[in-house]
Design a protein around this ligand. Structure first.
Ligand code: NAP
Length: 281
């Protein structure tokens, strides 16, 4: 029977660490980290995420602002919002909440954020730094997973890690972070033989978006299982990408959904913003 990884508790610890450093920065350098979240239009999920991010930012002692243009804003107008924030010395972190309305090219907007202020870690320059193994802001969700692994004493070095999903925001950066930590990494997608690959993994990270796609019987006994999936079911409950109860029987450690990876994403955003205010990692 595996042990649960308490993402809420670890995230609270990360936020407490950030808060302590913010107090020190204020006292020693008179510097208050500033985070601006840009939310375009009225996507209901984005509203919930942005509210959570603003609340966390205020709790750790950051200055926190929201830019909230109407969904009818043009791409050029949004670019000038980003440009203004790039130039504002009080703003150390800029987060453009996705998804953006369809008439706006998200990649163009993300690329317009100054890489040092890209606290989401999505800018091509920062994705490139990760791929080169250089320091820089890291994509928050996989960065949070690395912290969870550390918290349960799981050193990826020499282990076989299987990442299911290859998105630019979770799967790919996750695989690169595990590689940087000296794991032997396999990245799976729709064409992969999931049962075969997952059953050989010491560390499984599921970032797919399909409820319970990863079967408990595939989990190698003693594996560490990290479930990034957040699937809203018809009854309103959240379910992960892993068949949780069956996987719990075989894993050594496993993240629940909710309460596993989810809380870590915002906590690592706080970490990235603090690092940006300090002038980078
Ligand atoms: P995404 O962009 O839709 O990517 C999903 C990936 O899963 C793709 O690479 C896709 O493969 C793969 N995939 C889909 N169905 C598959 C199948 N049947 N077999 C094998 N691979 C399959 O999703 P994402 O943005 O990475 O998000 C993944 C999940 O994580 C979602 O549930 C999302 O809500 C959650 N999430 C959680 C957090 C958090 O804070 N906890 C943050 C971000 C995302 P192909 O490339 O072959 O299409």
């Amino acid at each position: 029977m595996g042990q649960l990884i308490d993402g809420k508790a670890v995230a609270a610890r990360v936020r407490a660490e950030v808060k302590q450093e913010v107090e020190r920065l204020k006292a020693e350098r008179g510097l208050v980290p500033g985070l601006t979240v840009v939310r375009v239009g009225e996507d209901p999920a984005s509203k919930i995420y942005v509210t959570g991010k603003k609340k966390a930012a205020e709790e750790v002692g950051f200055n926190s602002w929201e830019e909230h243009p109407d969904a009818s804003i043009t791409e050029e107008e949004l670019l000038s919002v980003v440009e203004r924030l790039n130039e504002d010395p009080a703003v150390h972190g800029i987060l453009v909440q996705l998804p953006l309305p369809k008439h706006i090219d998200s990649e163009r907007i993300i690329s317009a954020v100054r890489p040092e202020k890209d606290v989401d870690g999505f800018h091509p320059m920062n994705a490139g730094k990760l791929s080169l193994g250089k320091p820089g802001p890291r994509a928050c969700t996989p960065f949070g997973v690395m912290r969870l692994l550390r918290e349960v004493g799981c050193d990826p070095a020499g282990k076989r890690a299987v990442v299911v999903g290859r998105s630019n925001i979770v799967g790919k950066p996750m695989a690169l972070m595990l590689l940087q930590a000296d794991a032997t990494v396999v990245i799976c997608h729709r064409k992969s033989n999931l049962a075969e690959e997952v059953s050989r993994a010491d560390i499984v990270v599921a970032a797919v978006g399909v409820p319970e796609l990863i079967k408990g019987e595939w989990i190698k006994p003693g594996a560490v299982v990290i479930d990034v999936g957040m699937n809203r079911m018809p009854d309103g409950k959240l379910k992960g990408d892993v068949e949780f109860a069956a996987a719990l029987e075989r894993a050594s450690f496993i993240t629940p959904v909710p309460g596993g990876v989810g809380p870590m994403t915002i906590a690592m955003l706080m970490r990235n913003t603090l690092d940006a205010a300090k002038g980078g990692v």
